[in-house]
Ligand binder design. Structure first.
Ligand SMILES: [Zn+2]
Ligand SMILES: [Zn+2]
Length: 340
């Protein structure tokens, strides 16, 4: 029986799940971000300014959905500028009405322009100020608290953060991690993170992989240094309603990309089938020492592949690489969830 790994029905929506505006350290207003991303073919932006949860529902219309969230950093010491390690996590509200910021501190942890908007933040006044602790336990507590409060939790740019195996293997509670972070890649960091994804999966966490720009828009929109439109998540959902889209996030009905499209992905009788935009290679990777590739035929791009899944593998995941070297990455699919 066919099992659709990306839903059979619905529409593909291009989404940026990590974004900064003038509410923290971005250069564009939320309205300007919407205009730019609509011009780049996006339907969804998650506004994840540093430290403050501010809704931008007024920007939502029939063709655009503004998700609300925030990014929270926990530093090894006081300032990340001076210190090697930091952990950044984005939270996206799963319900439109979920506007209470968890883990709020009344006087600390506000970045750049955020203090100007703290009066707009809603928080539970009965709770004490939340102190952030940089440790496996401290980060896991942040991830799990946000999950319990109804947020989609993503672990961001481990390379830029200078975090390694000894750090992220201790983090428990994320829904997803950034396979691609557009702004980090543009500024020269190695935040294409397949190795980190495999490490975390092999450690036993069943998480998804997203792409996000983390745009701050310091460079002109049409310049090569622009951090918009570089890494994105393509979500397949029935419509653009807030909860429909966040349910698709929870289900893993998406893939991450720098450009290529995965148009169809399904599993049948031990095989996985991929249809995609024209590519140089389509690759199937596993948790074991085994990989399969289908290549373009000279200059004729490859647009589909069928891989017989290795029976010894716990999971597989698909990567599509286009002629410019840009990648699209599927989530990992665990074989024990696919048995007929
Ligand atoms: Zn960050
Ligand atoms: Zn960010």
């Amino acid at each position: 029986m066919k099992k659709y790994l990306l839903p059979k029905t619905g529409n593909f929506y291009k989404a940026n799940l990590h974004c900064h505006t003038t509410y923290s350290d971005g250069k564009k207003t939320p309205e300007q971000v919407k205009a730019l991303y609509k011009s780049l073919g996006y339907s969804i932006v998650a506004y994840t300014d540093h430290d403050i949860l501010i809704p931008h529902d007024d920007l939502t219309d029939d063709t655009f959905l503004a998700l609300h969230g925030f990014e929270m950093e926990t530093n090894e010491q006081k300032l990340w500028e001076d210190q090697p390690k930091t952990c950044h996590i984005c939270f996206i509200g799963l319900e439109k009405k979920n506007l209470t910021q968890p883990m709020w501190h009344r006087s600390k942890y506000l970045f750049r322009n955020a203090p100007n908007y703290k009066h707009l933040v809603k928080f539970d006044e009965t709770l004490p100020d939340y102190e952030r602790v940089y440790s496996s336990e401290g980060i896991s507590e942040i991830m799990q608290t946000a999950r319990e409060k109804g947020f989609f939790v993503t672990y961001n740019h481990p390379s830029w953060s200078l975090e390694d195996y000894s750090n992220y293997m201790g983090y428990h509670g994320m829904h997803a991690m950034e396979m691609f972070n557009g702004s980090c890649i543009v500024s020269g960091f190695d935040d294409y993170n397949p190795r980190v994804y495999d490490d975390i999966l092999k450690g036993g966490e069943r998480i998804f992989a997203i792409g996000g720009d983390d745009n701050h828009n310091s460079a002109p929109d049409n310049s090569r240094r622009s951090d918009s439109g570089k890494a994105f998540t393509v979500i397949k959902a029935k419509n653009l309603k807030y909860r429909t889209v966040t349910k698709a996030l929870e289900n893993g009905d998406f893939y991450a990309s720098e450009g290529p499209e995965i148009r169809e992905l399904y599993y049948e009788d031990g095989n996985v089938y991929v249809k995609c935009s024209g590519a140089d290679r389509i690759v199937c990777n596993y948790d074991i020492r085994c990989a399969h590739s289908v290549f373009a035929n000279n200059d004729i791009p490859v647009t589909e592949a069928c891989f017989k899944i290795n029976k010894k593998a716990k999971y597989f995941r698909i990567t599509v690489i286009d002629m410019r070297g840009r990648r699209a990455c599927s989530n990992a699919y665990f074989v024990d969830t696919l048995a007929d």
